[in-house]
Design a protein around this ligand. Sequence first.
Ligand code: TYD
Ligand code: MG
Length: 462
Amino acid sequence: MRVKTQYVCQSCGYQAAKWHGRCPGCGSWNSMVEEIIPPTHEVGRRLEKDASDAPRPLDLSTLTERPEAFRRIPSGISEWDRVLGGGLVPGSLILIGGEPGVGKSTLVMQVALRYAGQGETVLYVSGEESVEQVGLRARRLGGDEKSFYLLSESRLEHIADVARKLHVRVLIIDSIQTMRHPDITSAPGSVAQVREGTTFLLDFAKTSGVATLIVGHVTKSGDIAGPRMLEHMVDTVLYFEGDRDHFYRLLRAMKNRFGSTYELGVFEMQDRGLIPHETPGELFLRERQEESIGSAVLVTIEGTRPFLLEIQALLVPSLYPAPRRTASGYDLNRLHMLLAVLEKKAGLHLMGQDAYVNVVGGMRIGEPAGDLATALAIASSFRERPLSARDVYLGEIGLTGEVRQIPRLLERLKEAQSRGFRRALVPPKGDRVLEQGGEKHISLEVVPVQTIQEALMVAFAY
Ligand code: TYD
Ligand code: MG
């Protein structure tokens, strides 16, 4: 039986039998989206449910320690498993979003090949490429696994049939924007298709117990038919990011019903696919030149691991009354704040300067612990004097120019020491952290600084 559909305005809820470019109810443009009308007998049946049909609540005391449903399937790709919180949970629905070309298909293919290599039956469905194309990619990535099936198909009901017949454990849909729900007439990629298609797959995953991965394209502008509106429907949302001009790719969990959203997965894109980096500590410093003007190193913490990052600043006299300030990988408001503090508290005349700040390698610094390094990189460019290549700078800067405490200083210092850095500028009272942390051999000189002025003096007097 064919299901009926209607068009519903996403801002006011106005319903119509046909599509309107402008909602007759509230006047919004392009807000009408096709939706399925549930058959009336089904609604009636739901209301009449008798007691035997009613859902059964769980008595918490009877819950076994590790219910079978939550047994995880690790892939063996460390960074993937880390971000998922140990592995794939059977019956879960996972969305992997990212910009076109970032490497989503490559990532899911590599993961899928690993699962197949462990004897799990995997179905990889592509709505974008032919099976030959996908097969060639799999071969190039070193795959010749047995229980690995490829399908080029966009009709979801057929995909579900094939998956059931093959008794798959892992299903991959690449991508949701190319899939077609049997009851929706709008084009693939439209809001209605993407949403109803995901609902269909959610139902499939929950009833079959198949771990289902959905690839979704996101554009920089946050496309309306993009995966963002799916975030609340799925169990886990992963974002794969990284500049196409850089080799690094970062996998972050935005939402995870079965684990934390704390961990970051680090990969590198090479000719033969993505290489996971389990100890990325120094990865982002690889291209760094010793002693360059406007460059400073800091240790940031992402998830459980410390990373060394290089921050660069460039200051040039501005040709305009309102100077340009640009930050990439760094919060622009924090940059404005640092420039103001340097001007007022450290006497640097930055008012007429254009300022550019960049975190190297396409990384982001999302914590104030990067303030001190950024301020020193700015001062270095402004004064045309390099900082020591063997220094790291750790600390938040307050509005009065004071250097403030940061979390997990010991881990950061240990990382800097193990990578051969000689000196660290840290917030007040930070000098004994290494001893107190039980470090036996201390090769890192740890210098506490009270204010940004003091930091400038110490940093440039080496
Ligand atoms: P792809 O996984 O197709 O991206 P997405 O599915 O997110 O659109 O891969 C994107 C780019 O990665 C592509 O331009 C080629 C490159 N690439 C490599 O550098 N090495 C490889 O082994 C593969 C498979 C792809
Ligand atoms: Mg792709």
